[in-house]
Design a binder for this molecule. Sequence first.
Ligand SMILES: NC(=O)C1=CN([C@@H]2O[C@H](COP(=O)(O)OP(=O)(O)OC[C@H]3O[C@@H](n4cnc5c(N)ncnc54)[C@H](O)[C@@H]3O)[C@@H](O)[C@H]2O)C=CC1
Ligand SMILES: O=C([O-])CC(=O)C(=O)O
Length: 338
Amino acid sequence: MVAPIRALVTGAAGQIGYSLVIEIAKGDVFGPEQPVELVMLDLPFCAQSLDGVKMELQDCALPTLVGVEALTDEAAAFKNIDYAFLVGAMPRREGMERKDLLAANVKIFKSQGKSLAEHAKPTTKVIVVGNPANTNAFICAKYAAPKIPAENFSAMTRLDHNRALAQVAAKAGVTIGAVKNVIIWGNHSSTQFPDVRHAKVTKDGKEVDAYTAVNDNAFLQGEFISIVQKRGAAIIERRKFSSAMSAAKAACDHIRDWHVGTQPGQFISMAVPSDGSYGVPQGLIFSFPVQICPDTKKWKIVQGLELDEFAKGKIDVTTKELIEERDEALKACEEANM
Ligand SMILES: NC(=O)C1=CN([C@@H]2O[C@H](COP(=O)(O)OP(=O)(O)OC[C@H]3O[C@@H](n4cnc5c(N)ncnc54)[C@H](O)[C@@H]3O)[C@@H](O)[C@H]2O)C=CC1
Ligand SMILES: O=C([O-])CC(=O)C(=O)O
């Protein structure tokens, strides 16, 4: 039998958690032949509802789910895991920016970074979903070092990437599968730069660039960018809760691609530690276009993409915000005596 993958979901009793655990458990992430041991962590006051989620997962009678644990102890939850979906954190409400969550959430990721170092496998791969996701991932990686290499840490911008694909498909009058290689640069915040300069669309049987397919430059350099940047807030305004189903789906897309690799010629957006590419300071957790090698399961930042002055200006703005967030988070971690 294939050895099971041990996958941890934090905040599993929350909104995203409820959509996410079923997708992992039924094979949408690691495949229909891969057994999964699912570990769910939440805070002690959620123990009862977490237990209810566990019962429901058992009742799903899933052949891929070979174990399910509902835990409220961080050390036990991080033990021997292969993948960590770090979702558990406070969500924003109407009128807030994601960085307003920094003070409340960054301490969670300091503590979980230490738990990763102490209890997880050194090969564990981590996606941070809890906001502000890039900066939380930066802190988590810092406190998990040197046991777990920085390259194993990522933050989720796949939801923004999927939002961009959907907007381009709708405007070009094609289905989602006909659009590829949109890019989200930078922070999972309203300064992110959704960029379609290198995107391709298959339209009327021919692959063309997105600008040709959409045929509306003003839209692509204006409204499109702001729709994607502010989509999270637009969902909150309507639902009064932040995106959950789409966030869970995006987390699955992110880890599935990391686990199985990207298609030849395809790139996806993932916030990973910068190696200095495109002038982004080293170590910042920054969303780049990446490709993942199916054999090594390692990501590589796509190199050599041309950036015009418009793109460079947008990338500067989001870089500056991430530097400020990083410095604020480091200060908060020093002050939090834990
Ligand atoms: N990166 C992205 O694209 C997205 C990020 N988010 C973020 O994901 C996070 C979770 O969102 P929701 O599930 O909607 O929130 P939620 O409030 O419904 O659930 C969060 C859960 O995390 C738990 N939790 C809090 N601290 C914890 C800790 N230290 N350990 C374990 N569990 C803990 C809470 O008890 C709660 O059950 C928020 O920060 C939200 O802003 C949401 C959507 C998209
Ligand atoms: O907007 C929020 O707070 C939740 C989130 O990150 C998103 O939907 O992109």
